[in-house]
Design a protein around this ligand. Structure first.
Ligand code: PLP
Length: 499
Protein backbone atom coordinates (compact mmCIF):
# COMPACT_ATOMS: atom_id res chain seq x y z
CA UNK A 1 0.00 0.00 0.00
CA UNK A 2 1.34 3.45 -0.83
CA UNK A 3 2.44 5.45 2.19
CA UNK A 4 -0.07 8.13 3.14
CA UNK A 5 0.84 11.41 4.80
CA UNK A 6 -0.10 11.56 8.49
CA UNK A 7 -3.74 12.29 9.07
CA UNK A 8 -7.03 10.46 8.73
CA UNK A 9 -8.34 8.36 5.84
CA UNK A 10 -8.79 10.67 2.83
CA UNK A 11 -12.35 11.94 2.37
CA UNK A 12 -12.87 10.23 -0.99
CA UNK A 13 -11.77 6.90 0.39
CA UNK A 14 -14.06 7.35 3.38
CA UNK A 15 -16.97 7.95 1.03
CA UNK A 16 -16.15 4.87 -1.06
CA UNK A 17 -15.57 2.61 1.93
CA UNK A 18 -18.66 3.91 3.67
CA UNK A 19 -20.79 3.06 0.66
CA UNK A 20 -19.11 -0.31 0.39
CA UNK A 21 -19.81 -1.01 4.06
CA UNK A 22 -23.48 -0.19 3.75
CA UNK A 23 -23.73 -2.33 0.60
CA UNK A 24 -21.98 -5.13 2.45
CA UNK A 25 -24.42 -4.84 5.37
CA UNK A 26 -27.47 -4.93 3.12
CA UNK A 27 -26.14 -8.16 1.63
CA UNK A 28 -25.16 -9.50 5.06
CA UNK A 29 -28.64 -8.94 6.53
CA UNK A 30 -29.95 -11.18 3.76
CA UNK A 31 -27.20 -13.83 3.60
CA UNK A 32 -26.91 -14.14 7.37
CA UNK A 33 -30.44 -15.55 7.44
CA UNK A 34 -28.93 -18.80 6.18
CA UNK A 35 -26.10 -18.88 8.71
CA UNK A 36 -26.47 -20.51 12.15
CA UNK A 37 -28.00 -18.15 14.69
CA UNK A 38 -25.71 -19.44 17.44
CA UNK A 39 -22.10 -19.24 16.31
CA UNK A 40 -20.51 -22.66 15.76
CA UNK A 41 -16.88 -21.69 16.24
CA UNK A 42 -14.95 -23.55 18.91
CA UNK A 43 -13.24 -21.76 21.81
CA UNK A 44 -9.95 -20.25 20.64
CA UNK A 45 -10.71 -20.66 16.93
CA UNK A 46 -11.07 -16.94 16.21
CA UNK A 47 -7.98 -16.07 18.24
CA UNK A 48 -5.94 -18.66 16.36
CA UNK A 49 -6.99 -17.19 13.01
CA UNK A 50 -5.66 -13.74 13.91
CA UNK A 51 -2.03 -12.57 13.97
CA UNK A 52 -0.42 -12.15 17.37
CA UNK A 53 0.75 -8.59 16.67
CA UNK A 54 -0.60 -5.51 14.91
CA UNK A 55 0.76 -4.89 11.37
CA UNK A 56 3.63 -2.45 11.00
CA UNK A 57 2.31 -1.12 7.73
CA UNK A 58 -1.25 0.09 7.26
CA UNK A 59 -3.61 -2.06 5.25
CA UNK A 60 -6.42 -1.15 2.87
CA UNK A 61 -9.85 -0.99 4.50
CA UNK A 62 -11.14 -3.36 1.85
CA UNK A 63 -8.73 -6.07 3.00
CA UNK A 64 -9.69 -5.53 6.64
CA UNK A 65 -13.36 -5.88 5.77
CA UNK A 66 -12.59 -9.06 3.82
CA UNK A 67 -10.92 -10.50 6.93
CA UNK A 68 -13.87 -9.42 9.02
CA UNK A 69 -16.08 -11.45 6.74
CA UNK A 70 -13.75 -14.44 6.58
CA UNK A 71 -12.57 -14.68 10.19
CA UNK A 72 -15.03 -12.82 12.40
CA UNK A 73 -18.43 -13.31 10.79
CA UNK A 74 -18.43 -17.06 11.63
CA UNK A 75 -17.90 -16.02 15.25
CA UNK A 76 -20.91 -13.69 15.31
CA UNK A 77 -23.82 -15.04 17.27
CA UNK A 78 -26.67 -13.40 15.47
CA UNK A 79 -28.59 -11.28 17.95
CA UNK A 80 -30.35 -9.59 15.05
CA UNK A 81 -31.49 -12.80 13.35
CA UNK A 82 -35.27 -13.33 13.30
CA UNK A 83 -34.64 -16.76 14.84
CA UNK A 84 -32.95 -15.25 17.90
CA UNK A 85 -35.00 -16.11 21.01
CA UNK A 86 -32.37 -16.41 23.77
CA UNK A 87 -32.02 -14.46 27.05
CA UNK A 88 -33.68 -11.13 26.33
CA UNK A 89 -33.57 -9.61 22.89
CA UNK A 90 -30.88 -7.11 22.11
CA UNK A 91 -32.53 -4.05 20.72
CA UNK A 92 -31.75 -3.70 17.07
CA UNK A 93 -33.03 -1.75 14.11
CA UNK A 94 -31.23 -0.41 11.08
CA UNK A 95 -32.19 3.22 11.85
CA UNK A 96 -30.69 2.65 15.30
CA UNK A 97 -27.52 1.24 13.74
CA UNK A 98 -27.23 4.23 11.40
CA UNK A 99 -27.64 6.55 14.37
CA UNK A 100 -24.90 4.74 16.29
CA UNK A 101 -22.59 5.11 13.30
CA UNK A 102 -23.45 8.80 13.11
CA UNK A 103 -22.86 9.20 16.83
CA UNK A 104 -19.41 7.66 16.53
CA UNK A 105 -18.57 9.61 13.39
CA UNK A 106 -19.36 13.00 14.90
CA UNK A 107 -17.22 11.96 17.86
CA UNK A 108 -18.91 13.47 20.86
CA UNK A 109 -17.82 12.97 24.42
CA UNK A 110 -20.40 14.51 26.69
CA UNK A 111 -18.65 14.71 30.05
CA UNK A 112 -19.28 18.46 30.27
CA UNK A 113 -22.06 20.49 28.73
CA UNK A 114 -19.45 22.41 26.73
CA UNK A 115 -17.86 19.24 25.39
CA UNK A 116 -21.20 18.45 23.74
CA UNK A 117 -24.15 20.78 24.27
CA UNK A 118 -26.07 18.69 21.70
CA UNK A 119 -25.52 15.34 23.43
CA UNK A 120 -26.19 16.83 26.87
CA UNK A 121 -29.43 18.54 25.96
CA UNK A 122 -30.72 15.85 23.60
CA UNK A 123 -30.29 13.32 26.43
CA UNK A 124 -32.57 15.38 28.66
CA UNK A 125 -35.17 15.86 25.94
CA UNK A 126 -35.25 12.28 24.71
CA UNK A 127 -35.48 10.84 28.23
CA UNK A 128 -38.44 13.16 28.80
CA UNK A 129 -40.04 11.70 25.65
CA UNK A 130 -39.46 8.16 26.84
CA UNK A 131 -40.79 8.86 30.33
CA UNK A 132 -43.96 10.39 28.94
CA UNK A 133 -44.34 7.57 26.43
CA UNK A 134 -44.36 4.97 29.21
CA UNK A 135 -46.76 7.09 31.24
CA UNK A 136 -44.65 8.04 34.23
CA UNK A 137 -45.50 11.48 35.64
CA UNK A 138 -43.08 14.41 36.11
CA UNK A 139 -40.81 14.40 39.12
CA UNK A 140 -38.05 12.18 37.73
CA UNK A 141 -34.86 13.30 36.09
CA UNK A 142 -33.21 10.88 33.69
CA UNK A 143 -29.71 9.96 32.70
CA UNK A 144 -28.45 7.44 30.18
CA UNK A 145 -26.09 4.73 31.37
CA UNK A 146 -24.64 1.85 29.43
CA UNK A 147 -26.57 -0.87 31.27
CA UNK A 148 -29.13 -1.60 33.96
CA UNK A 149 -26.25 -3.08 35.97
CA UNK A 150 -24.66 0.37 36.14
CA UNK A 151 -28.04 1.88 36.99
CA UNK A 152 -28.61 -0.29 40.06
CA UNK A 153 -25.14 0.54 41.39
CA UNK A 154 -26.01 4.24 41.16
CA UNK A 155 -29.43 3.71 42.72
CA UNK A 156 -28.02 1.87 45.74
CA UNK A 157 -25.08 4.26 46.10
CA UNK A 158 -27.52 7.18 46.19
CA UNK A 159 -29.70 5.42 48.74
CA UNK A 160 -26.61 4.94 50.89
CA UNK A 161 -25.55 8.55 50.45
CA UNK A 162 -28.97 9.71 51.60
CA UNK A 163 -28.71 7.60 54.71
CA UNK A 164 -25.05 8.07 55.56
CA UNK A 165 -23.39 10.90 53.57
CA UNK A 166 -20.28 10.62 55.74
CA UNK A 167 -19.40 7.37 53.97
CA UNK A 168 -18.29 9.39 50.96
CA UNK A 169 -15.36 10.75 52.99
CA UNK A 170 -14.77 8.15 55.64
CA UNK A 171 -15.65 4.98 53.82
CA UNK A 172 -17.67 2.10 55.18
CA UNK A 173 -15.05 1.39 57.83
CA UNK A 174 -15.98 4.63 59.57
CA UNK A 175 -19.68 3.83 59.53
CA UNK A 176 -20.94 2.93 62.97
CA UNK A 177 -24.57 1.87 62.28
CA UNK A 178 -25.81 -1.66 61.63
CA UNK A 179 -25.12 -3.40 58.34
CA UNK A 180 -27.06 -1.97 55.43
CA UNK A 181 -29.51 -4.50 54.05
CA UNK A 182 -30.90 -4.63 50.52
CA UNK A 183 -33.95 -6.67 49.48
CA UNK A 184 -35.06 -8.12 46.17
CA UNK A 185 -37.08 -11.11 45.07
CA UNK A 186 -35.59 -14.55 44.61
CA UNK A 187 -36.05 -13.91 40.88
CA UNK A 188 -34.25 -10.55 40.69
CA UNK A 189 -31.36 -10.23 38.26
CA UNK A 190 -27.79 -10.97 39.36
CA UNK A 191 -26.88 -7.32 38.70
CA UNK A 192 -28.36 -6.60 42.15
CA UNK A 193 -25.92 -9.09 43.70
CA UNK A 194 -23.05 -7.46 41.84
CA UNK A 195 -24.16 -3.98 42.95
CA UNK A 196 -24.05 -4.87 46.64
CA UNK A 197 -20.67 -6.50 46.10
CA UNK A 198 -19.20 -3.55 44.23
CA UNK A 199 -20.50 -1.06 46.80
CA UNK A 200 -18.91 -3.00 49.62
CA UNK A 201 -22.29 -3.65 51.25
CA UNK A 202 -21.54 -7.37 51.34
CA UNK A 203 -23.27 -10.13 49.43
CA UNK A 204 -24.65 -11.56 52.68
CA UNK A 205 -26.55 -8.33 53.18
CA UNK A 206 -28.68 -8.89 50.11
CA UNK A 207 -31.85 -10.68 51.18
CA UNK A 208 -33.74 -12.51 48.49
CA UNK A 209 -37.43 -12.51 49.37
CA UNK A 210 -39.50 -15.56 48.37
CA UNK A 211 -41.97 -15.18 45.54
CA UNK A 212 -45.56 -16.37 45.17
CA UNK A 213 -46.73 -19.15 42.83
CA UNK A 214 -46.49 -16.70 39.90
CA UNK A 215 -42.89 -15.73 40.74
CA UNK A 216 -43.73 -12.29 42.20
CA UNK A 217 -42.06 -10.95 45.30
CA UNK A 218 -44.29 -11.32 48.37
CA UNK A 219 -44.68 -7.92 50.07
CA UNK A 220 -45.75 -9.57 53.35
CA UNK A 221 -42.50 -11.54 53.48
CA UNK A 222 -40.57 -8.41 52.53
CA UNK A 223 -42.11 -6.54 55.46
CA UNK A 224 -41.35 -9.48 57.77
CA UNK A 225 -37.71 -9.61 56.62
CA UNK A 226 -37.25 -5.89 57.20
CA UNK A 227 -38.80 -6.23 60.63
CA UNK A 228 -36.57 -9.16 61.51
CA UNK A 229 -33.49 -7.24 60.32
CA UNK A 230 -34.35 -4.18 62.37
CA UNK A 231 -34.70 -6.35 65.46
CA UNK A 232 -31.30 -7.86 64.71
CA UNK A 233 -29.72 -4.39 64.63
CA UNK A 234 -29.33 -4.16 60.84
CA UNK A 235 -30.10 -1.06 58.79
CA UNK A 236 -32.61 -1.76 55.97
CA UNK A 237 -31.50 0.44 53.09
CA UNK A 238 -33.24 -0.34 49.82
CA UNK A 239 -35.59 -2.64 47.94
CA UNK A 240 -35.15 -3.56 44.29
CA UNK A 241 -38.47 -4.58 42.74
CA UNK A 242 -38.50 -6.12 39.25
CA UNK A 243 -40.97 -5.47 36.46
CA UNK A 244 -40.23 -8.33 34.09
CA UNK A 245 -37.93 -10.78 35.86
CA UNK A 246 -35.19 -12.39 33.82
CA UNK A 247 -36.38 -15.98 34.01
CA UNK A 248 -40.12 -15.63 33.60
CA UNK A 249 -40.89 -11.89 33.17
CA UNK A 250 -43.01 -11.87 36.32
CA UNK A 251 -43.94 -8.49 37.76
CA UNK A 252 -43.34 -7.74 41.41
CA UNK A 253 -46.33 -5.91 42.95
CA UNK A 254 -44.71 -2.48 42.97
CA UNK A 255 -47.55 -0.58 44.68
CA UNK A 256 -47.66 -2.71 47.88
CA UNK A 257 -43.85 -2.83 47.87
CA UNK A 258 -43.84 0.99 47.63
CA UNK A 259 -46.15 1.03 50.69
CA UNK A 260 -43.64 -1.03 52.65
CA UNK A 261 -40.77 1.22 51.55
CA UNK A 262 -42.68 4.39 52.44
CA UNK A 263 -43.59 2.99 55.86
CA UNK A 264 -40.03 1.92 56.53
CA UNK A 265 -38.37 4.98 54.99
CA UNK A 266 -36.24 2.93 52.59
CA UNK A 267 -35.24 3.48 48.97
CA UNK A 268 -37.24 1.79 46.21
CA UNK A 269 -35.51 1.05 42.91
CA UNK A 270 -37.59 -0.60 40.18
CA UNK A 271 -35.75 -2.72 37.64
CA UNK A 272 -37.96 -2.52 34.57
CA UNK A 273 -35.02 -3.23 32.27
CA UNK A 274 -36.95 -5.53 29.95
CA UNK A 275 -40.66 -4.94 30.52
CA UNK A 276 -40.60 -1.19 31.11
CA UNK A 277 -40.72 -0.66 27.35
CA UNK A 278 -44.07 -2.48 27.22
CA UNK A 279 -45.59 0.41 29.17
CA UNK A 280 -45.77 2.40 25.93
CA UNK A 281 -48.81 0.16 25.36
CA UNK A 282 -51.83 1.31 27.37
CA UNK A 283 -52.82 -2.33 27.87
CA UNK A 284 -49.47 -3.02 29.59
CA UNK A 285 -49.48 0.01 31.91
CA UNK A 286 -50.68 -2.21 34.75
CA UNK A 287 -47.14 -3.60 34.92
CA UNK A 288 -45.60 -0.35 36.11
CA UNK A 289 -48.41 0.62 38.46
CA UNK A 290 -46.81 2.11 41.55
CA UNK A 291 -43.49 2.80 39.77
CA UNK A 292 -44.23 6.51 39.97
CA UNK A 293 -43.73 6.15 43.72
CA UNK A 294 -40.24 4.69 43.35
CA UNK A 295 -37.12 6.66 44.15
CA UNK A 296 -35.53 5.41 40.97
CA UNK A 297 -36.22 3.07 38.09
CA UNK A 298 -34.53 1.80 34.96
CA UNK A 299 -35.80 0.86 31.51
CA UNK A 300 -33.52 -0.59 28.82
CA UNK A 301 -34.45 0.53 25.30
CA UNK A 302 -31.57 -1.76 24.28
CA UNK A 303 -33.66 -4.73 25.33
CA UNK A 304 -37.10 -4.28 23.83
CA UNK A 305 -37.29 -0.93 22.10
CA UNK A 306 -35.24 -1.59 18.97
CA UNK A 307 -32.36 0.60 20.13
CA UNK A 308 -28.94 -1.00 19.58
CA UNK A 309 -26.93 -1.99 22.63
CA UNK A 310 -26.06 -0.10 24.78
CA UNK A 311 -28.61 2.31 26.17
CA UNK A 312 -30.15 2.08 29.60
CA UNK A 313 -32.49 4.85 30.74
CA UNK A 314 -32.20 5.53 34.48
CA UNK A 315 -34.65 7.85 36.22
CA UNK A 316 -34.31 9.24 39.70
CA UNK A 317 -36.53 11.39 41.84
CA UNK A 318 -33.53 12.67 43.76
CA UNK A 319 -30.92 13.25 41.08
CA UNK A 320 -29.40 16.07 43.14
CA UNK A 321 -28.68 13.51 45.82
CA UNK A 322 -27.05 11.29 43.21
CA UNK A 323 -24.96 14.26 42.12
CA UNK A 324 -23.99 14.90 45.72
CA UNK A 325 -22.87 11.30 45.95
CA UNK A 326 -20.80 11.38 42.76
CA UNK A 327 -19.82 14.86 41.65
CA UNK A 328 -16.24 15.95 41.99
CA UNK A 329 -14.70 18.61 39.78
CA UNK A 330 -10.93 18.86 39.46
CA UNK A 331 -9.47 22.15 38.30
CA UNK A 332 -9.02 21.02 34.72
CA UNK A 333 -12.75 20.28 34.37
CA UNK A 334 -14.02 23.58 35.81
CA UNK A 335 -16.07 25.68 33.37
CA UNK A 336 -17.50 29.20 33.43
CA UNK A 337 -21.04 28.05 32.68
CA UNK A 338 -21.12 25.45 35.47
CA UNK A 339 -23.93 27.16 37.38
CA UNK A 340 -26.26 27.36 34.35
CA UNK A 341 -25.96 23.91 32.87
CA UNK A 342 -25.89 20.23 33.76
CA UNK A 343 -22.65 18.41 33.27
CA UNK A 344 -23.31 14.73 32.69
CA UNK A 345 -20.08 13.75 34.42
CA UNK A 346 -21.83 14.68 37.69
CA UNK A 347 -24.53 12.03 37.29
CA UNK A 348 -22.37 9.02 37.90
CA UNK A 349 -18.93 7.60 38.48
CA UNK A 350 -18.04 7.66 34.80
CA UNK A 351 -16.39 10.78 33.41
CA UNK A 352 -16.64 10.36 29.65
CA UNK A 353 -19.79 9.23 27.92
CA UNK A 354 -20.86 8.39 24.42
CA UNK A 355 -23.56 10.23 22.50
CA UNK A 356 -26.09 7.48 23.15
CA UNK A 357 -29.17 9.72 23.15
CA UNK A 358 -28.87 10.06 19.39
CA UNK A 359 -29.91 6.48 18.64
CA UNK A 360 -32.92 6.62 20.94
CA UNK A 361 -33.95 9.91 19.36
CA UNK A 362 -33.66 8.40 15.88
CA UNK A 363 -35.54 5.22 16.85
CA UNK A 364 -38.39 7.16 18.51
CA UNK A 365 -38.67 9.48 15.51
CA UNK A 366 -38.21 6.95 12.73
CA UNK A 367 -40.79 4.46 13.99
CA UNK A 368 -42.91 6.89 16.01
CA UNK A 369 -44.69 5.70 19.12
CA UNK A 370 -47.43 4.15 17.00
CA UNK A 371 -44.89 2.17 15.02
CA UNK A 372 -43.17 0.97 18.17
CA UNK A 373 -46.49 0.00 19.74
CA UNK A 374 -47.44 -1.99 16.64
CA UNK A 375 -44.17 -3.95 16.80
CA UNK A 376 -44.46 -4.69 20.53
CA UNK A 377 -48.08 -5.76 20.08
CA UNK A 378 -47.01 -8.19 17.38
CA UNK A 379 -44.44 -9.70 19.75
CA UNK A 380 -47.10 -10.06 22.43
CA UNK A 381 -49.39 -11.73 19.92
CA UNK A 382 -46.69 -14.17 18.83
CA UNK A 383 -45.93 -15.09 22.45
CA UNK A 384 -49.61 -15.77 23.14
CA UNK A 385 -49.85 -17.82 19.97
CA UNK A 386 -46.88 -19.97 20.98
CA UNK A 387 -48.21 -20.31 24.53
CA UNK A 388 -51.53 -21.51 23.08
CA UNK A 389 -49.78 -24.23 21.05
CA UNK A 390 -47.90 -25.39 24.16
CA UNK A 391 -51.06 -25.41 26.26
CA UNK A 392 -52.94 -27.47 23.70
CA UNK A 393 -50.28 -30.18 23.39
CA UNK A 394 -50.19 -32.89 26.11
CA UNK A 395 -46.51 -33.51 25.30
CA UNK A 396 -45.53 -30.05 26.51
CA UNK A 397 -46.31 -27.76 29.40
CA UNK A 398 -46.04 -24.06 30.02
CA UNK A 399 -44.40 -23.36 33.35
CA UNK A 400 -45.17 -19.69 33.90
CA UNK A 401 -47.74 -17.07 32.91
CA UNK A 402 -46.95 -15.05 29.78
CA UNK A 403 -47.47 -11.40 30.65
CA UNK A 404 -45.20 -10.14 27.84
CA UNK A 405 -43.21 -11.76 25.03
CA UNK A 406 -41.40 -14.60 26.82
CA UNK A 407 -42.77 -18.15 26.99
CA UNK A 408 -41.27 -20.62 29.47
CA UNK A 409 -42.06 -24.19 28.58
CA UNK A 410 -40.76 -27.72 28.64
CA UNK A 411 -41.50 -31.05 27.06
CA UNK A 412 -43.26 -33.61 29.24
CA UNK A 413 -43.15 -36.69 26.99
CA UNK A 414 -44.83 -39.92 27.94
CA UNK A 415 -42.32 -42.41 29.28
CA UNK A 416 -40.16 -39.88 31.12
CA UNK A 417 -40.89 -39.67 34.87
CA UNK A 418 -42.69 -36.40 35.43
CA UNK A 419 -42.02 -35.87 39.09
CA UNK A 420 -44.46 -35.07 41.86
CA UNK A 421 -45.65 -31.64 42.98
CA UNK A 422 -43.20 -29.85 45.21
CA UNK A 423 -44.16 -28.79 48.67
CA UNK A 424 -45.81 -25.39 48.59
CA UNK A 425 -47.61 -26.16 45.34
CA UNK A 426 -44.88 -24.77 43.07
CA UNK A 427 -45.72 -27.14 40.27
CA UNK A 428 -44.52 -30.55 39.24
CA UNK A 429 -40.95 -31.45 38.53
CA UNK A 430 -39.23 -32.96 41.52
CA UNK A 431 -39.87 -36.68 41.46
CA UNK A 432 -38.18 -39.67 42.99
CA UNK A 433 -35.14 -38.97 40.78
CA UNK A 434 -35.36 -35.23 41.49
CA UNK A 435 -36.87 -34.73 38.04
CA UNK A 436 -33.42 -35.45 36.62
CA UNK A 437 -34.62 -37.53 33.65
CA UNK A 438 -37.09 -34.88 32.53
CA UNK A 439 -34.50 -32.16 32.99
CA UNK A 440 -32.00 -34.09 30.90
CA UNK A 441 -34.62 -34.63 28.21
CA UNK A 442 -35.31 -30.90 28.00
CA UNK A 443 -31.64 -30.02 28.05
CA UNK A 444 -31.17 -32.30 25.05
CA UNK A 445 -34.20 -30.85 23.35
CA UNK A 446 -32.81 -27.32 23.75
CA UNK A 447 -29.46 -28.45 22.40
CA UNK A 448 -31.17 -30.08 19.42
CA UNK A 449 -33.19 -26.95 18.70
CA UNK A 450 -30.06 -24.79 18.75
CA UNK A 451 -28.14 -27.34 16.69
CA UNK A 452 -30.55 -26.80 13.81
CA UNK A 453 -28.83 -23.44 13.33
CA UNK A 454 -32.24 -21.93 12.62
CA UNK A 455 -32.81 -20.60 16.10
CA UNK A 456 -31.19 -19.81 19.41
CA UNK A 457 -33.12 -20.28 22.64
CA UNK A 458 -31.83 -20.32 26.21
CA UNK A 459 -33.01 -21.86 29.46
CA UNK A 460 -33.65 -21.24 33.11
CA UNK A 461 -34.33 -23.31 36.19
CA UNK A 462 -37.60 -23.04 38.08
CA UNK A 463 -38.15 -25.03 41.24
CA UNK A 464 -35.57 -27.57 40.14
CA UNK A 465 -37.04 -27.84 36.66
CA UNK A 466 -35.00 -27.25 33.52
CA UNK A 467 -37.12 -24.83 31.51
CA UNK A 468 -36.74 -23.64 27.91
CA UNK A 469 -37.33 -19.93 27.28
CA UNK A 470 -38.61 -18.44 24.05
CA UNK A 471 -37.95 -14.69 24.23
CA UNK A 472 -39.51 -12.82 21.34
CA UNK A 473 -38.27 -9.30 20.73
CA UNK A 474 -36.33 -9.09 17.53
CA UNK A 475 -37.63 -6.56 15.05
CA UNK A 476 -37.30 -9.08 12.22
CA UNK A 477 -39.09 -11.97 13.94
CA UNK A 478 -42.36 -13.05 12.34
CA UNK A 479 -44.86 -15.83 12.84
CA UNK A 480 -42.79 -17.99 10.48
CA UNK A 481 -39.82 -18.21 12.86
CA UNK A 482 -42.03 -18.72 15.92
CA UNK A 483 -43.94 -21.50 14.18
CA UNK A 484 -40.64 -23.07 13.13
CA UNK A 485 -39.55 -23.30 16.79
CA UNK A 486 -42.78 -25.09 17.63
CA UNK A 487 -42.65 -27.45 14.67
CA UNK A 488 -39.02 -28.34 15.37
CA UNK A 489 -39.66 -28.74 19.12
CA UNK A 490 -42.43 -31.24 18.49
CA UNK A 491 -40.49 -33.15 15.86
CA UNK A 492 -37.20 -33.22 17.78
CA UNK A 493 -38.93 -34.30 21.00
CA UNK A 494 -39.81 -37.53 19.17
CA UNK A 495 -36.15 -38.22 18.39
CA UNK A 496 -34.62 -37.75 21.84
CA UNK A 497 -33.99 -40.91 23.91
CA UNK A 498 -36.43 -41.18 26.81
CA UNK A 499 -34.23 -43.05 29.23
N1 PLP B 1 -32.38 -6.54 35.01
C1 PLP B 1 -33.03 -7.52 34.38
C2 PLP B 1 -34.43 -7.86 34.78
C3 PLP B 1 -32.38 -8.23 33.36
O1 PLP B 1 -33.00 -9.25 32.77
C4 PLP B 1 -31.07 -7.87 33.00
C5 PLP B 1 -30.39 -8.58 31.91
O2 PLP B 1 -30.93 -9.38 31.20
C6 PLP B 1 -30.45 -6.83 33.69
C7 PLP B 1 -31.13 -6.18 34.69
C8 PLP B 1 -29.05 -6.42 33.37
O3 PLP B 1 -29.07 -5.77 32.14
P1 PLP B 1 -27.81 -4.98 31.58
O4 PLP B 1 -27.16 -5.90 30.61
O5 PLP B 1 -28.40 -3.75 30.95
O6 PLP B 1 -26.93 -4.66 32.74
Amino acid sequence: MKALPPGDMPAGEFRDEGHRLVDWLVEYFQSSLDRPVLSRVRPGEIRAALPAAAPEAGEPFERILADFERVLVPGLTQWNHPGYFAYFPCGFSTPGALADFLSTAVSQQAMLWRTSPAATELEEVVLGWLRRAIGVPDGFEGVIYDTASTAVVHALATARHERAPEIRMRGLAGHGGGAFRVYCSEHAHSSVDKAVIVLGLGHDNLRRIPADAEYRMRPDLLAAAIDEDRRAGHAPLAVVATVGTTSVTSVDPVAPIADVCAREGIWLHVDAAYAGSAAILPECRWAIEGMERADSFVVNPHKWLFTPFDLSAFYCRKMDLLRAAFSLTPEYLKTSEAGDVRNLMDTGFQLGRRFRALKLWVVLRYFGLEGLRARLREHLRLARLFAGWVDADPGFERVAPVPFSVVCFRAVPRGVPRGVPREGGRGPGVGADGGAALNLFNERLLQALNDTGEMFLSHTSLGGRFVIRLAIGNIRTTETEVRRVWDRARALAETIPRA
